[in-house]
Design a protein around this ligand. Structure first.
Ligand code: FEO
Length: 168
């Protein structure tokens, strides 16, 4: 059974959302590199790569289901931020927005009784829980640090230890 026109459109939009998230994280990585935070920069590079992988999962799924992939344009991300914590707060906002879009996709798939898409989306539902938790935990730590340079450098070192999903 080929995918419906409505799901095809929504998945194409999701491809754009995931690529936009990848761009945004790359821009955040660049901000941290400018400010000599190697660990936070690595964290954002890994996030950027993960989002690229997510976009490609949707892309491949759409093609596997007989859909037409039409890659949408990607808006330029923010490139400057006021502080370390502001970057992570922007990251959390972005993840919550992605989660909302995944849930919308899920609802469409359920309404259409497209069980293959429901099954495919379950991985993303679980992934979003993990992604939001990781960022929230970092925000909690940054709040404790209260902008203290020594604490920020410790957290930067902690972020440096983050592994790519493929290494976990
Ligand atoms: Fe692809 Fe971070 O959601």
């Amino acid at each position: 059974m080929d995918i419906s026109t409505e799901l095809e459109k929504a998945i194409n939009e999701q491809i754009g959302i995931e690529f936009a998230a990848s761009y945004a994280y790359l821009s955040m990585a660049a901000y941290f590199e400018r400010n000599a935070f190697d660990g936070f920069s690595k964290w954002m590079h890994l996030q950027s790569e993960e989002e690229h992988t997510h976009a490609m999962k949707f892309y491949q799924y759409l093609i596997d289901r007989g859909g037409v992939a039409r890659i949408p344009s990607i808006p330029a991300p923010e490139w400057d931020f006021d502080s370390v914590i502001k970057v992570f707060e922007a990251s959390l906002d972005q993840e919550r927005e992605v989660t909302r879009h995944i849930y919308d996709l899920y609802k469409i798939a359920q309404n259409e009784s497209d069980f293959a898409t429901v099954s495919f989306l379950k991985w993303f539902v679980d992934e979003q829980v993990e992604e939001e938790k990781n960022v929230s935990d970092m925000i909690d730590k940054l709040k404790m640090a209260q902008g203290n340079p020594d604490s920020l450098l410790l957290l930067d070192r902690y972020a440096l230890e983050r592994k790519a999903e493929s290494e976990v």
